[in-house]
Design a protein around this ligand. Structure first.
Ligand SMILES: [Mg+2]
Length: 357
């Protein structure tokens, strides 16, 4: 049997601040978001009770929670604590797949022959995180990644949930469909329209209907609803860039046609960034025609972004300045890419709109 643990620190940055500064304990704490255009990087559970969430503009957070304490993010400190946590992970697992500074999948299959052995590793992780870092983590344990992640999320904060294979349906069936990874607000709405609210209802839905609603993706959703997932835990390489390319059947010779493709690519890139909780700082346009070799143009922003408008804005600017210098062109391929990627925790400034000029 596979034995997978998902560990997720509770309100990580805010908890580190509360740990390091006793005056912040028990109080609503917002990390980041103090400046006029800042964004909240993390909110303590006390702040969440007022509706404050990470990635929320600071001014909104201040309105919701006027007596909250805004503290400056100290990323070097969070990285230091993260290293301690990952050192603990590596002591217990052969494979550790970090998802962010404070979240990872651990594969402990080789050390575990039963659910209770899996539980004792989970307990040891919580205990060591508590004694070494003075922080709490939520721990989910199961026979695959999907269930381990849902389990750690189930009883947050300070959660500890084991889902045994025989408990899979009992655990999954009552959950709202929105909890299944891959079901965003729009998919959830479509399912609700079809009368499907719970994972159990989704599991019992005819595959034909799911295919009708979601195409091939419908089959994946049905698998997830049944708790099936065979993705391995692997030490993930850090992604350096994300890009989109479109090759045309015929050369495009007008700017308008190229711009339309670029806008779509920007939307796709922004969706990928949002899904992976990443932000980008550099935008690259790539062009290829039958006449000349591939050419790329890049521009870096003053901060990070995940907004399609910003990515598209820079892409269009690069495309137009390229086109300006030629009397005619015949483009066979256009690509748009983003790089210099960072997670929310590593982002100092988020660009929501592109300053003209
Ligand atoms: Mg966390």
């Amino acid at each position: 049997m596979r034995a997978i643990i998902h560990v997720d620190m509770d309100a990580f940055y805010a908890s580190v601040e509360q740990h390091d500064n006793p005056q912040l304990r028990g109080r609503p704490v917002m990390v980041g978001g103090g400046g006029p255009r800042g964004v909240v990087a993390a909110a303590s559970y006390e702040a969440r009770q007022f509706g404050v969430r990470s990635a929320m503009p600071g001014r909104v957070a201040r309105r919701l929670c006027p007596h909250g304490m805004f503290v400056k993010a100290r990323f070097a400190r969070y990285r230091e604590v993260s290293e301690q946590i990952f050192a603990i992970f590596h002591r217990h697992a052969d494979q550790v797949e970090g998802l962010s500074l404070d979240e990872a999948y651990l594969d402990v299959s080789s050390a575990v022959a039963s659910g209770s052995e899996l539980e004792s590793i989970g307990r040891a992780l919580k205990r060591e995180i508590g004694s070494i870092c003075g922080l709490t983590a939520s721990v989910g344990m199961a026979h695959n990644k999907l269930l381990a992640k849902l389990a750690s999320d189930y009883d947050k904060p300070d959660g500890f949930v084991l889902v045994r294979p025989e408990d899979t349906r009992r655990f999954l069936d009552p959950l709202p469909v929105r909890r299944i990874p891959g079901i965003g607000p729009r998919s959830a709405e479509r399912l609700h329209d079809a009368g499907i609210y719970t994972v159990g209802q989704l599991r019992r839905t005819a595959p034909a209907l799911l295919e009708e609603l979601f195409g091939r993706h419908g089959i994946d959703l049905a698998r997830r609803a049944a708790g099936l997932d065979d993705r391995p835990v692997k030490a993930e390489r850090i992604r350096r860039s994300i890009s989109q390319e479109t090759t045309f059947d015929q050369d495009h010779t007008t700017l308008g046609a190229l711009e339309a493709v670029l806008l779509e690519q920007a939307e796709d890139l922004a969706a990928t960034l949002a899904r992976k909780q990443l932000f980008a700082r550099t935008v690259t346009v790539k062009l290829r025609s039958s006449g000349f070799s591939t050419l790329t143009r890049s521009r870096s922003l003053d901060g990070h972004t995940c907004q399609s408008e910003v990515i598209a804005g820079v892409g269009l600017e690069l495309l137009r300045s390229w086109a300006e210098w030629r009397s005619g062109f015949a483009v066979r391929l256009i690509g748009l890419g983003v790089s210099t990627l960072a997670g929310l925790g590593e982002v100092e400034r988020i660009i929501h709109t592109l300053d003209p000029g």
